[in-house]
Design a protein around this ligand. Structure first.
Ligand code: 5MM
Length: 343
């Protein structure tokens, strides 16, 4: 670990910057297919490459985006001829964006449950990290998910996911890679915000206990949590202020101040909601960590709609992406205003 201390420190310093966030462009091919289907775009390696290139080459985007999480396929793809066929990680580095890599291997049923899923990917992780490092990845991401019902998530899954996240995080740090730990409490369902708060607190509490047990250095770790929010199909869903208040309440209870930065996922919120929630949290007084975003859908959705898989729409799509990145950057400083949506 000591060998890599300097590198871990440097990576955190570049990512935990007030007003900057992370773009999660690490959709696996299956998820990418779903997103492309919604816009009737064929999903093949070349269209995925073009899609990623659109985001990475958006002019001046590094003002707002400090790091981008890539899917393994993208890590080995190249920018097109217009930008000299540079491998994407190298291209990002040149443009002051830190390349990251999703390293979990997806979800598998947990204990034969029809609802609960655990995350796999620990086998051979160290060797994979070495490969990814060689081509420029400096941080990694592992996502664990929790569904909410009256009785779930089970204690067993919370235990299993927290252990895997901690083992993954330690392995990353041993290879000079900063880990993002992502415990996602899913938005699906009709649960109340109170129930989401209860579950999120329990999940984060277990995660930080496991990180401590495995001696993961929190100062070189990034947390990517979901917000405390009513279920998608709940009646009387809580408003912006309540989401912000309850989310910060839970984070203050569970996340040690030695952790440098918290970067939320958007989880199916609309792009505007995700921006508003983040902004509102910054109005609640000073916070012990940098508080920012690591959105996928909330940063990319409007751009995907504008793009439609067509070269002639790239500039319009980049404009949409630039707008969401800028507004979220302002939200990460508590300086966003709804009026800005009209620009
Ligand atoms: C980009 O989506 C990531 C998961 O992809 P797979 O399900 O295909 O593995 C996901 O981890 C993402 O980073 C987070 O959920 C944040 O994305 P959203 O859309 O929730 O902001």
């Amino acid at each position: 670990m000591t060998n890599y201390e300097h590198e871990l420190q440097a990576t955190i310093k570049e990512i935990a910057v007030p007003g900057k966030g992370i773009l999660a462009a690490d959709e696996s091919s299956g998820t990418c297919q779903k997103r492309f289907d919604s816009a009737k775009i064929p999903c093949i390696d070349e269209t995925r490459r073009q899609y990623r290139e659109l985001f990475f080459t958006t002019p001046n985007i590094s003002q707002f985006i400090a790091g981008i999480i890539l899917y393994e396929e993208t890590l080995y793809q190249k920018a097109g001829d217009a930008v000299n066929g540079t491998p994407f990680p190298e291209f990002l580095k040149k443009h002051n964006i830190v390349p990251g890599i999703k390293v979990d291997k997806g979800l598998v049923p947990f204990n034969d449950s029809e609802i609960e899923k655990a995350t796999q990917g620990l086998d051979g992780l160290g060797e994979r990290l070495e490969q990814y490092r060689k081509v420029g990845a400096r941080f990694a991401k592992w996502r664990a998910t929790y569904s909410i019902t009256d009785t779930l998530p089970s204690d067993g899954l919370i235990q299993e996911n927290s252990e895997s996240l901690a083992k993954y995080a330690l392995t990353c740090q041993q290879h000079g890679i900063v880990p993002i730990v992502e415990p996602e409490v899913l938005l699906d369902g009709s649960h109340t915000i109170e129930r989401c708060q209860e579950v999120t607190e329990k999940v984060l509490h277990a995660l930080f206990a496991a990180l401590k047990k495995h001696d993961v250095k929190l100062e070189y770790t990034i947390l990517k949590p979901s917000m405390v929010i009513s279920g998608k199909n709940a009646s009387n869903r809580a408003g912006i202020k309540e989401v912000a208040k309850r989310t910060v309440e839970v984070l203050k209870k569970t996340v040690p101040s030695t952790l440098p930065t918290i970067n939320f996922l958007s989880g199916g919120q609309t792009p505007q909601e995700a921006t508003q929630h983040l902004n509102e949290m910054h109005k609640l007084g000073s916070l012990p960590w940098n508080l920012s975003f690591s959105y996928a859908r909330a940063l990319q959705e409007p751009a995907l709609k504008a793009w439609q898989g067509k070269q002639e729409n790239v500039a319009a799509a980049q404009k949409e992406f630039y707008k969401r990145a800028k507004l979220n950057s302002l939200a990460a400083l508590g300086k966003y205003d709804e009026e800005m949506e009209k620009q």
